[in-house]
Design a protein around this ligand. Sequence first.
Ligand code: PLP
Length: 324
Amino acid sequence: MEKKQFAYFEGKFVPLEEANINIMTSGFLYGTAIFEGLRAYWNERKEEIYIFRLREHYERLQDSMKIMRMDVKYSLDELCNLTIELARRNNPRGDTYIRPTVYKAAKQIGPSLLNNPSELCIFTVAFGDYFHGADGLHVQVSAWRRVEDNAIPARAKIVGAYANTALAKTDAVAAGFDECIVLSENGHVSEGSAMNVFMVKRGKLITTPTTENILEGITRNTIIEMAASEWGLKTECRPIDRSELYIADELFFCGTGAQIAPIVSVDRRPVGNGKVGPISDKIRSLYVSMCRGDVPKYSKWLTPVFKPDGDPMGQAAGKTAGCC
Ligand SMILES: Cc1ncc(COP(=O)(O)O)c(C=O)c1O
């Protein structure tokens, strides 16, 4: 029998099927909602599930709220605790995705952010790999441009901005590609549809700067820190031209959903020798073991749901040291 699933909705835990918003809700009518996407990794041997970088996701949620003039009713600790409590109630036995959303809740016509209270909802859902297969992705440089900071700031996870993502991703898939890389209006590489991009060139790790209309990815920051600490690989954050994609030795995407996803061709041109590159491969292997709780050095980034270890909100992790 299916387990009963709960959501956090309008201030309480309710059965998931009762967590419904009215069709006149502002956030639904105008896309004036912000969200986060977190993963929790099941470790069968330990019978435990670990939420990855819980606190950092809620720090970013609060930043998105600030940009969208949303009032903060919950502290960071409260947001983390609510999420742990919800995960416990839903009692997952496999990898899980956690989706908190804060939405403008007035039932009114007109997209104003003022005099428009916000509400929080959170649900969890079983979630495996976003990309299937280990052979790498074939991607297209999208004809769509990334939303600019002065249009809809990409550093906030604003629901309405994901129409841009949907157009770019859908056209890439419709054209027979796995994914796309989107450029900013200035022609520089921005990011994938819902993931950041890294390039390897002559042994150097390079990623796009935060000013290139990207979401400042938590996975991106994780890789920057991990690569420096594990292999002494410093990441250069600088604008990347489209043509650099064609001559890169390696390329990979990273994100909560995508995890680490190597790219083997761009616009039908092979990346490097057209196979998953060695640096992408070792980052991918370590990342997955780390998320599953098998690398003690990185347990600071994991929040166990069932057996708290004295650092329930991953507070020891703090802000990422190595980000740029
Ligand atoms: C537009 C966009 N860029 C990048 C990312 C990667 O961010 P993170 O690593 O924090 O998941 C996401 C993830 O959801 C995204 O939606």
